[in-house]
Design a protein around this ligand. Structure first.
Ligand code: ADE
Length: 217
């Protein structure tokens, strides 16, 4: 079973997403196990401090190294070969081909979510991958981590309903994204389903879908 762990100050943010729909089904089928690690539990002193001001001055607070190192060590104790993934707008841009590679890899993952203005740079000592979901800055790494986890888990064999749904959707190369799809009725308020999709001609349908797919880059 794949182990996906998340180091975060806000584990409750993940409750709805990971316990609904496909992510819930993936756990129910024992394809994946999610484990939240609350960074606050590794905070320093009576106030369980996790952040401090930056050396050299500047606005905002940074996550301190000690709680991050301790939380990641706890995650590694549970899954020693897991890859440590730092969520940061400075990371490589997430894309479908990476989701496919990571889903196929069989590896466990530890997603580390930042808050405040960022991390003490020394955390990079422990990090295998840095990932961004786009060129914009969010208030924390939780939403990016949820996005990335969802995109990986749905590609783990047996998680999606139809055997090939994930493969058909992106074709086989991961380069093309979804094509337009229609269900009943054939004519809705004068808006008609394209003729070719009703034709039963599989080659023509495949060609139409290829022509109407978005290219990923
Ligand atoms: N944390 C804040 N912004 C982010 C982004 N765009 N991608 C990943 N992690 C982030």
């Amino acid at each position: 079973m794949r182990k996906i762990q998340v180091v975060t100050l806000f584990p409750e943010m993940f409750d709805g997403v990971l316990n609904s729909s496909m992510m819930w089904k993936a756990q129910d089928q024992k394809a994946v196990e999610f484990k939240m690690i609350n960074l606050r539990d590794f905070g320093l002193g009576p106030r369980q401090q996790v952040d401090d001001t930056p050396y050299g001055g500047g606005d905002g607070m940074l996550l301190m190294p000690q709680p991050l190192f301790a939380a990641i060590a706890a995650a590694k104790e549970y899954d020693s070969s897991a890859k440590v993934v730092l969520m940061t707008p400075r990371g490589q841009r997430w894309k479908q081909a990476l989701a496919q590679t990571w889903a196929d890899s069989g590896d466990g993952y530890i997603f580390v979510c930042g808050r405040y203005e960022g991390y003490d740079e020394r955390v990079l000592e422990l990090v295998d991958e840095q990932v961004s979901v786009g060129d914009y800055v969010l208030t924390g790494g939780e939403l990016p981590a949820m996005t990335i986890i969802d995109s990986i888990v749905r590609l783990i064999p047996g998680v999606l309903g139809g055997e090939n749904s994930a493969a058909i959707e992106s074709f086989s190369d991961g380069e093309t994204l979804e094509f337009p799809q229609y269900t009943r009725p054939e004519d809705f308020n004068g808006m008609k389903v394209p003729e070719v999709l009703l034709s039963g001609n599989h080659a023509a349908i495949a060609k139409w879908r290829a022509e109407h797919s978005l290219k990923s880059e």
